[in-house]
Ligand binder design. Structure first.
Ligand SMILES: Nc1ncnc2c1ncn2[C@@H]1O[C@H](COP(=O)(O)OP(=O)(O)OP(=O)(O)O)[C@@H](O)[C@H]1O
Ligand SMILES: [Mg+2]
Length: 322
């Protein structure tokens, strides 16, 4: 029997008082243990509202939400929030509290003793790669990337099984953003949280999401699936447009080389005798790049310095159209 999801949204809608339209409309989603689900969609489509209904900062107008099998409406709010870490849009660190005090927020609320809090901060500093020298500083004295890391550390402080992240890397430049995305994936491979990650950047959604929920205005779910499923079979024009005109290229970067489909030329040849060679662990996007930079010539695929076959442009085309 398969395990039940860590987070379930069942037909959830939200209409704010005084509004004539739903901010979220009949939304159903699940998030498993160890899974990152990215919520992506245009500004105002209900992403933040959805996150805030999960930790009950906002009450749904209808529908049910469960976390770890319990209806969030029936769990005392303070108990619920203990199981849910929240990285707020624009980070939202407390400006008059030091980094150390910010990270210690939830443990302090839970009444942990000073030693316990201190050792947890020590662990978190290593976990999210914070420089110890900034622990005594205030948020305004940090770079954007440092602030984001502190926000993540604060959300993880009490080791909650669920993490809600609202555009956590929205305020940093692309290079730092790339580092933080990589670190999140690394962290997740060790911590196995159930994570809902909001972004309006489809590339980020594809990179960090095990599954992606594409929302339209009014919190209408247009498609929910793995990046590969969405890129291969967008449910409608809205999804196709959102994924972008380079959808095929994005898909290639998710597809590994399939050794059984390689052309059998050059097997056994040493890698240094091949014209252009890529590693067997490369993606089809990397294979395509190598073909393009070799003016269309086939590219040898090597495992441990021995060629195992050749990848051709026809093969890549077939993989995209199958
Ligand atoms: N407290 C509120 N009262 C009334 N309307 C609200 C409230 N909070 C959000 N809304 C409205 O609900 C809709 C969804 O807002 P939400 O903040 O969830 O969007 P979002 O997808 O997170 O957008 P962004 O990408 O800009 O952060 C918007 O139309 C917004 O104006
Ligand atoms: Mg938002």
């Amino acid at each position: 029997m398969s395990k039940s999801p860590m987070i379930t949204l069942n037909d959830v809608s939200k209409r704010f008082v005084g509004s004539v339209d739903d901010a979220v409309t009949n939304l159903s989603l699940t998030v498993d243990d160890g899974e990152i689900v990215t919520l992506v969609g245009p500004s105002g489509c209900g992403k933040t509202t959805t996150l805030r209904m999960i930790n009950r900062l906002i009450e749904p107008s209808s529908g049910t939400i469960t976390v770890a099998g319990s209806d969030v409406g029936t769990v005392p709010v303070h108990e619920l929030r203990r199981t849910i870490g929240y990285v707020i849009q624009q980070v939202g660190l407390f400006p008059h509290r030091t980094v150390r005090q910010n990270i210690a927020t939830v443990p302090s609320l839970l009444g942990w003793d000073t030693d316990h809090i201190g050792s947890r901060i020590d662990e978190l500093v290593d976990l999210v790669a914070i420089d110890r020298s900034i622990l005594g500083r205030y948020p305004l004295e940090l770079s954007g990337g440092q602030r984001q890391r502190v926000g993540v550390a604060r959300a993880l402080a009490a080791d909650p099984p669920v993490l809600l992240m609202d555009e956590p890397f929205g305020a940093v430049d692309p290079v730092v953003r790339g580092h933080l995305q990589g670190e999140l994936l690394d962290l997740q491979s060790r911590l196995h949280k159930a994570i809902v990650f909001v972004t309006h950047d489809i590339d980020e959604a594809i990179l960090v999401g095990d599954r992606i929920a594409i929302l339209n205005t009014g919190g209408i779910l247009e498609q929910f699936g793995t990046p590969g499923e969405l890129l291969a079979r967008p449910a409608n024009q809205f999804v196709a447009d959102f994924l972008g005109s380079d959808r095929a290229i994005k898909r290639l970067s998710l597809l590994p080389i399939d050794v059984s489909l390689l052309e059998p030329s050059l097997p056994g040849t040493a890698a240094d005798q091949c014209m252009a060679a890529i590693d067997v662990g490369a993606t089809l996007k990397e294979a395509l790049d190598a073909i393009v930079s070799g003016n269309g010539r086939d590219v040898a695929v090597c495992a441990e310095d021995v060629c195992v076959g050749t990848v051709t442009i026809d093969m890549i085309h077939r993989r995209l159209t199958e």
